[in-house]
Design a protein around this ligand. Structure first.
Ligand code: NAD
Ligand code: UGA
Length: 316
């Protein structure tokens, strides 16, 4: 049986990945330190969704404690999702926390992996954050990195430290640049969670800017699938864009949400947010050809599933 380490297993993407691995018969060591950057109760709920499974061992601990020898014992593959995410909150004094969680912790993981027989390490990078605002039709992985937020700087640096370990020691590290992920259990600070929650309460939604910003939204099960494919097919140092079914403007997503809820959304336009990318659109050809990655869940279906999950949670 394969044994995997999942860092950030109580988070949004990490909890889905952990569930999928357990379902596939993989034994999982999960680590999460329950950062309070957003609702900790949501992370506890995510962990409860994973449930008690005989093949799941959970450590509630910060990765900065570096008990790597214990956590990596017998592990064949590492999925590193733990990070301090979020573009808007990365300014000011918070930056040192971003550096610690996103760069320093990653470097200590890479160092610890050198003591093992080179397990594949799949690292969560980020799209709008490392590319900044995208130009042209679609952005491929060769596009120069131009982060426009402090968070983006930490993700770009994290990629660079990974490449250093690939080049120096042949460590098989793969980086996945996710494009704004959504779906059940989405982080409570992210747009779709906030919008649905506000609309369900009859409140106005707050759009930062004019709503003309666009994103290539990616459903969470597609992001999970990309991790499994990368562990199987990627080569050391590979970087893949992981995107969704299309690029769409935020204002148009709100209209779809309104249709699903059968309401006309009340919108308040707020000041645009510093560091916010105006546009993201993924060229996923490399992930398609090398990994066999295909986004399977379209936006309308994905939004329906996120809404159903939120309604079930509100009832429970
Ligand atoms: P999340 O915040 O829900 O999950 C991250 C988890 O890691 C959290 O539960 C947190 O408590 C834990 N964690 C963070 N630092 C830790 C540390 N030092 N020690 C122990 N636990 C720690 O975030 P998410 O949205 O699931 O994102 C997962 C990864 O994907 C992150 O690396 C993020 O930067 C990246 N990413 C996410 C998106 C997205 O749209 N959600 C897009 C691009 C990249
Ligand atoms: C998301 C993740 O939060 C980042 O961790 C990740 O790095 C990034 O995707 C990425 O793809 O690289 P973001 O695109 O800002 O970042 O995701 P959302 O929080 O879902 O925001 C989407 C858009 O809605 C942004 O333009 C944001 O400004 C806007 N928004 C968000 C609002 O207008 N109102 C809100 O209440 C929240």
């Amino acid at each position: 049986m394969t044994k995997a380490l999942v860092t950030g297993c109580a988070g949004f993407i990490g909890s889905h990945l952990t569930q999928r691995l357990l379902k596939d018969g993989v034994s999982v060591i999960g680590i999460d330190g329950f950062l309070d950057n957003y609702d900790v109760a949501a992370k506890l709920r995510n962990l409860a969704e994973i449930g008690t499974h005989p093949a799941f061992t959970f450590h509630s601990v910060m990765l900065q404690t570096q008990r790597w020898e214990q956590w990596l014992d017998g592990v064949d593959v590492v999925y590193h999702l733990a990070a301090l995410p979020g573009v808007r909150s990365s300014w000011g004094a918070a930056f040192s926390d971003y550096v610690s969680h996103n760069i320093l912790v990653t470097q200590s993981l890479l160092e610890a992996c050198l003591k093992l027989p080179k397990p594949p390490v799949i690292v969560a990078s980020s799209s709008s954050s490392v590319y900044g605002t995208m130009e042209g039709s679609r952005t491929d992985e060769q596009t120069p990195l131009r982060p426009i937020s402090p968070y983006g700087v930490t993700k770009a640096s994290m990629e660079q430290i990974c490449q250093v370990y690939v080049k120096a020691f042949g460590l098989p590290v793969t980086m996945l640049r996710y494009f704004t992920v959504y779906g059940p259990r989405q982080r409570t600070d992210m747009a779709f969670h906030r919008f649905f929650s506000q609309m369900l309460k009859g409140e106005s939604v707050s759009i930062y800017g004019d709503g003309q910003q666009s994103r290539d939204f990616t459903f969470v099960s597609d992001a999970v699938e990309a991790n499994l494919l990368a562990a199987r097919h990627a080569s050391p140092g590979d970087i893949f864009n992981i995107g969704g079914d299309r690029e769409i403007k935020l204002i148009d997503v709100l209209n779809i949400m309104g249709q699903l809820l059968q309401i006309t959304p009340k919108i308040q336009f707020a000041t645009g947010s510093a560091g916010d990318s105006l546009r993201t659109c993924a060229d996923i050809s490399f992930a398609q050809t090398k990994l066999g990655y295909r986004p399977r869940v379209g936006l309308e279906d994905g939004l329906r599933m996120q809404l159903a999950n939120l309604r079930a949670q509100n009832k429970g």
